[in-house]
Design a protein around this ligand. Structure first.
Ligand SMILES: *Cc1c(COP(=O)(O)O)cnc(C)c1O
Length: 457
C-alpha cells in the first residue's frame, strides 16, 4: 500500500516504456481514449486493500483488549453500487448521510442491518426509509429528532436502534487538535453542562431516548473532524465518550454496548505528506479505551469507526486533458517578477471543489509521456468562469506541458465526484474502475441530454 512510501498515488501506479502513467494495469492514454476526459479513475485493488487495512488494524488492536469492532465505510466520500459492494465484500458496513446514499447502499444489496444513517437535519422521509429498511443504527443529532423518530417508530410498531452523536470538545483536522469548552457548530450534542450548570445536551438526549419504548439506545457516537494526521485526538475523544457512558451507567443502570469514534483518518495528498498509519492509530485508540475503561471500572464496549477518505481517497485519480497553456508575468511583493504557467484543463471546480472550498493542495503529473524539459512553476486551473477555479495551486511541471497532454491529479477518490456540481452546466465526469489491466464504468458520464431532461422549459 502507499502508506510506507508516502506517495499520493495508488500502489499500482507505474510508468510504462513510453513514460505514460499506468494505474490498475491501464494506461492513462488508454483510459482517455476509451472513456474521455475528465474522468475519475478508481483503483479497485487499492480501495479493497485500504478497506482490509482498516478492518484488520482495528480488529486486531481491539481484540487485544477484548473488544469487537465494526468498520463502517463513510459513503459520503464516494458511493456507487459497486463501491458499496466492494466495501461489503471486504467486511465493512456502510454509513449513509441522506436518503440518496441510503438508496444506493440498499441497491448494492447491503442489508439494512449493516447500514447507519447520519445527518443533522434528517427529513421524516429519510427516517421512514431507515425504519422501513431496517437500518441498523440511526445516529440522532438533536433532541427534536429523538421525538420525531420515536413517534415514527411507534406509528409503525417498530423499535428504532439509535446512537447519539455527541461533541466532545475535541476538534481535529490537519495537524492540530484543540480541546475547547464549547463548540460552535451544527453537529451533535455537547457533553458540556448547559448555561445553568444542569445536565448537558448529550445527557438529556440519552435520557430522552431511554424514556421512549420505541427507541433502543445502542451507544454513543463521536466524530472529531477530517483529514486528521495526529492520532492523539481520537484517544482524547474516546476518553470523553467513555466518561459520559460511565456517567449514564451510574445514573440509569444502562451501560451502553457500543461507542463509535467516527472517521477522519488523514491521507497523503502531496508527495511529501505522510498519511496516518491505521495500525498505529488503532493501537493508540485501543490503549486509550482500555485505560479509560479500567479507570472508570466499566466493561470495554464494542467499538466502531467510520473511515471514508482513508479508504477511497488515495484509490482515485482524475485524468484531464490540457487545453490552454498561458504564461503570466507575476509581480511579487518585493516588486520582482516571475512567470507562472497557467495550465487549463477540461474540468475544474465542478469535479473537484476542495481547492476552492478548503484551499486543499493536490499533486499532478503529466500522464501521457515522460519529459526531460526543465521544470516550470505551474498553476493548474479549470475551465469555469471564476478565477478561484484552481485545481492545483502551485506545482512544478515540465515546462513543455502542452495542449493535448493528459494531466493526472492524485488522491481525488474522496469528496471529488461526491461533491461535484454542474457549474457552467458542465456534465459530471464518469467514475471508471481499473483492475488487473481492465477498466469498467461505475458511474457513466453525464450528457447534455441529462441536463436538458431536467429542464422543463
Ligand atoms: C464525514 C464523516 C465521516 C468520514 O470522514 P472521513 O474524513 O472521510 O474519514 C465519518 N463519520 C461522520 C459522522 C462524518 O460526518
Amino acid at each position: 500500500m502507499s502508506t510506507a512510501s508516502g506517495t499520493p498515488w495508488p500502489a499500482s501506479a507505474v510508468r510504462d516504456d513510453d513514460g505514460a502513467l499506468v494505474v490498475g494495469g491501464v494506461t492513462a492514454p488508454a483510459l482517455a481514449a476509451e472513456h474521455g476526459t475528465p474522468a475519475y479513475v478508481l483503483d479497485e485493488g487499492e480501495f479493497r486493500a485500504r478497506a482490509r487495512a482498516y478492518q484488520g488494524a482495528f480488529t486486531d488492536a481491539f481484540a487485544a483488549i477484548g473488544a469487537g469492532v465494526d468498520v463502517y465505510y463513510a459513503g459520503k466520500a464516494l458511493l456507487t453500487v459497486a463501491v458499496a459492494r466492494w466495501a461489503r465484500e471486504e467486511g465493512l458496513r456502510v454509513d449513509t448521510a441522506s436518503g440518496g446514499e441510503l438508496a444506493v447502499a440498499l441497491r448494492a444489496g447491503v442489508p439494512g442491518a449493516e447500514l447507519g444513517l447520519h445527518g443533522n437535519n434528517k427529513s421524516d422521509a429519510e427516517l421512514q426509509a431507515a425504519l422501513d429498511n431496517g437500518v441498523g443504527r440511526i445516529i440522532v443529532d438533536s433532541l427534536g429528532e429523538i421525538d420525531r423518530l420515536a413517534d415514527l417508530a411507534e406509528a409503525r410498531g417498530v423499535v428504532a436502534p439509535v446512537m447519539v452523536r455527541v461533541t466532545t470538545g475535541v476538534h481535529a483536522g490537519g495537524h492540530e487538535f484543540i480541546s475547547t469548552a464549547h463548540e460552535d457548530q451544527k453537529f451533535g450534542l455537547s457533553v458540556n453542562a448547559g448555561p445553568d450548570g444542569g445536565d448537558s445536551p448529550a445527557v438529556l438526549a440519552l435520557l430522552r431516548i431511554l424514556a421512549r419504548p420505541s427507541l433502543k439506545l445502542l451507544g454513543i457516537h463521536s466524530h472529531i473532524g477530517s483529514q486528521i494526521l495526529d492520532s492523539a485526538g481520537f484517544g482524547e475523544a474516546a476518553r470523553t465518550v467513555l466518561r459520559l457512558r460511565a456517567h449514564l451507567g451510574v445514573r440509569t443502570g444502562v451501560l451502553v454496548d457500543e461507542v463509535d469514534l467516527g472517521g477522519g483518518y488523514g491521507i497523503a495528498y502531496l508527495p511529501q505528506d505522510q498519511e496516518i498509519d491505521p495500525r498505529k492509530v488503532a493501537h493508540e485508540v485501543a490503549q486509550a479505551v482500555a485505560h479509560a475503561c479500567q479507570e472508570l471500572g466499566t466493561a470495554v464496549p464494542r467499538i466502531s469507526i467510520e473511515p471514508g477518505r482513508a479508504i477511497v481517497g488515495p484509490a482515485g485519480i482524475t485524468v484531464y486533458t490540457v487545453g490552454t497553456v498561458k504564461p503570466v508575468l507575476v509581480t511579487a511583493d518585493d516588486n520582482s517578477t516571475f512567470t507562472r504557467l497557467y495550465v487549463s484543463v477540461d474540468g475544474g471546480m465542478s469535479d473537484n471543489i476542495r481547492p476552492a472550498l478548503y484551499g486543499a493542495a493536490y499533486h499532478a503529473e503529466i500522464a501521457n509521456r515522460r519529459s526531460e524539459a526543465p521544470l516550470a512553476l505551474v498553476r493548474v486551473v479549470g475551465k469555469h468562469c471564476e478565477s478561484g477555479d484552481i485545481v492545483v495551486h502551485e506545482l512544478m511541471l515540465p515546462g513543455d506541458v502542452q495542449p493535448g497532454d493528459l494531466l493526472a491529479v492524485a488522491a481525488t477518490g474522496a469528496y471529488g465526484r461526491s461533491m461535484a456540481s454542474n457549474y457552467n452546466l458542465l456534465t459530471r465526469p464518469p467514475v471508471v474502475a481499473v483492475h488487473d489491466g481492465a477498466s469498467r464504468v461505475l458511474l457513466r458520464r453525464e450528457t447534455v441530454d441529462d441536463l436538458l431532461a431536467l429542464d422543463l422549459g
